[in-house]
Design a protein. Sequence first.
Length: 386
Amino acid sequence: MEYKIERLGDCELLLHIYIPKEVVDQKVDSKLRSYQRTAKLPGFRKGKAPMDIIYRKYYDTALQEVITELIESTSRDIIAKENLRLLTRGELLESKWHDTTLVSTIKLEVFPQIEFGDYGELEVRIPDFKLKDDELTAILERLCQLHPRYTPHTHITEHTVQTVSFTINLRWRGLWRTFRVDDFMFFIDEKFFPNPINTELLNKKVGTTLELKHEYPLDYEDPDLKGEQVEYKFRIENVELPSPITVRELASTLGFKSEQSLRKTLRSILQQYRETKRHTVLKYKLLETLRQTYAFEPPPRIVEAYEKALLEHYREQHDVLDHNLRTTIKKLAHMQAQEDILIQLIAAKEGLHGKELTQKVIDFLLDKVKIIEETEHKGGNKDASR
């Protein structure tokens, strides 16, 4: 039987099958005769009904069965002959007679035709995740800042931490109420108090007592304080100036015998974390390289299936999916369809199978591809190193 393949894209094609009427008639006649051998009709013994009665009663049913069987068997033979690998089950678009020929059109979604070549020519570029000495030093300096020493100071500044006791007289819903707070510690830049109050507290010395008034604006975020008057009475109990400790002091505070021991342990922990991050980045960069190198357009139906699954996932986390998020989901679905198809193609080519197939393919490829770790210098230039 004749056929024609019409490609619609990288993964879509139309298969046109041309079946002569005489082939259909022969198959229908054979099927009707098989019906006759088993038919039980009123007035006739089993298998003894006349052929003209069988024909009138079962012709339409036999014809549909024959057409379905011919389309399925013929398309299966063509798919095998053309070495087509199906992604999904074919979809019969139409089947109709043209003169003495039955023309059937089937839409097929197939794996793209890709020549992978030498994986060693693929370049996967990632940042350099090796921890440098200056990075370790900067992290230690930050830790020293987070564990400061406190020294007594004479007055409040923008950098000191102060302890105050205060009372609040608050006019709330037409009545005055009084609250007292003892030994309250705060930084000026935390803006716990309104800005005018913080400004008045600056440069005040330890032991100072002062009374301050403030009226909250009508647009204040706390509805209980909008437009209300508040009277503060402060006593400054203590003021301390924080300053970073040394790395040696930090090591002692954390229970290390020496600064070198702290550096060694911290470097090991950070490098282990970076190695985990490097492996994750390497995986996604490898998949990105595959998509870019072996670009193709996946079938819309498969992309839509991935998009539907992603939408259900994101709806569990977001009450409303805005336009930008929907656009992002469409892109992710397209990428995921490409990646999964490429993974299946490579797995089939290299004889990989079983559970966690994606990870097996990734591990296989990482042993083959060129991994280029880029080091960015202060001037903005990058060095590529293996």
